[in-house]
Design a protein around this ligand. Structure first.
Ligand SMILES: [Zn+2]
Length: 416
């Protein structure tokens, strides 16, 4: 596959939302909130793939974009200044984790998640639904919402669409998600329909709450001035592995008129071909003038493929989680850094990668750190993997701008 990867366009843009002291309150940790009107613009297309801009209150981002996961208000092992250097324009925070610890009220009192974690660029928060289903014990789902026990201390909690939206407004992410039920896999048709109806009902309630409370976001007034922009709320399409239910879910979610649409309920154990089929089915139903987000995917070649199909946003814990286990993604495929064959290897991890890890350290050193359980191993491995993912998306955007994605697609084909 050597030679087919597109040249990297390495030009991290300056932050649009800049730390600034306005003489009101804290002067060390305030961010300009930009005032804009149109929040999504498609700028170029290559087949169904789109090169677009999403304009948020904390800066613009180019899509297709991969969002690093800042689960508990931190992209594990990677400081915010390095995320900026890597060119991350948006990160994802998890409502479930931040609600349980340190709590949304504390974050709101400290100015919202941007100020709390000192991140001036865009943030998306999920609804908490997926973690409630995957992490918490003893949950009970009713029409009202989900009763669950914290995975931290066993205490009882209730998430409803209204509560999830209220928490997400308090956290103050630029993009927030409607509360949904992630349908388990496998699920039969009647169970999937019932779950889909629940998600639609919850989407309606999430939107209703948001419409009435969106001005309560912590940064709605900034430095005493109204920013004129609030959060964007996305709806989530479910429908399990049934094409007709996916279509129906998409159509009825779009009728609710969200600012963007996500495809949820994937990466739950289904074969990859089926995942692809469900994404393609839903994409046909989504309006072209709104952002599209596939949740919880995937490998580098997968995110390239979905971007080529017209997906704008993706997120996954894979690059950072794999990094902490010594699994690294490179232009030559996957590398398991603990392998003995790297013990005396003085070459960089990926000779084609320009990241600060590959330009400084050898495979032998990275292997030594990993097998010695040094904390720096997780830091360096995570920086490289994130750099690889963000560069992959940068190459895809560059290719869409040129109107030809064939090189980017063939360049990633061998990396699964
Ligand atoms: Zn690298």
């Amino acid at each position: 596959m050597a030679g087919v990867r597109l040249p990297l366009v390495r030009s991290p843009k300056p932050m649009r939302a800049t730390p600034l002291g306005l003489g009101l309150g804290s002067t060390s940790n305030m961010f300009i909130v930009t005032s804009v009107t149109r929040s999504f613009n498609v700028q170029a297309q290559a087949g169904p793939a789109r090169l677009s801009r999403i304009v948020t209150a904390h800066g613009e981002l180019e899509t297709p974009a991969f969002m690093p996961c800042a689960t508990a208000g931190t992209v594990k092992a990677v400081p915010q200044d390095i995320l900026e250097e890597l060119g991350a324009e948006i990160i994802l925070g998890n409502t479930y984790h931040l609600y349980l610890r340190p709590g949304q009220q504390l974050i709101r009192d400290l100015g919202g998640l941007h100020q709390f974690m000192s991140w001036g660029r865009a943030i998306l928060t999920d609804s908490g639904g997926f973690q409630v289903f995957s992490l918490s014990g003893l949950r009970k789902v009713t029409e009202e919402g989900v009763h669950f026990r914290s995975h931290l201390d066993g205490t009882s909690h209730l998430f409803t669409p209204e509560r999830s939206t209220e928490i997400q407004i308090a956290l103050g992410g630029d993009i927030i998600m409607a509360f949904d039920e992630c349908t388990e896999h496998p699920a039969d048709r009647s169970r999937t329909r019932e779950s889909m109806e629940m998600t639609l009902s919850w989407a309606r309630r999430s939107k209703h709450y948001f419409d009435n409370h969106q001005n309560e976001v912590p940064w709605f007034t900034s430095g005493g001035r109204r920013s004129g922009q609030t959060q964007m709320q996305f709806g989530i399409v479910q429908g399990g592995m049934y094409r007709d239910l996916r279509r129906e879910s998409a159509q009825r979610t779009v009728e609710l008129d969200f600012a963007g649409y996500a495809i949820g309920g994937l990466s739950v154990g289904e074969p990859r071909a089926q995942r692809l089929e469900m994404i393609a089915t839903v994409l046909e139903m989504l309006p072209p003038d709104k952002p599209r987000y596939v949740m919880g995917v995937g490998y580098p070649d997968e995110i390239t493929q979905y971007a080529a199909m017209g997906v704008d946003l993706m997120d996954c814990v894979l690059p950072t989680r794999a990094a902490r286990h010594g699994l690294l993604f490179t232009s030559e495929g996957r590398v398991n850094i603990k392998n003995i064959r790297f013990a005396q290897d003085s070459a960089p991890l990926d000779p084609k990668c320009g990241c600060k890890v590959c330009s400084r350290y050898s495979r032998a050193y990275l292997r030594h750190l990993f097998v010695s359980s040094e904390p720096l191993a997780g830091v360096l491995n995570s920086i490289h993997n994130l750099s690889f993912y963000l560069d992959t998306m940068r190459s895809v955007r560059h290719a869409i701008g040129l109107g030809d994605l064939s090189g980017a697609l063939s360049g990633k084909a061998s990396l699964a």
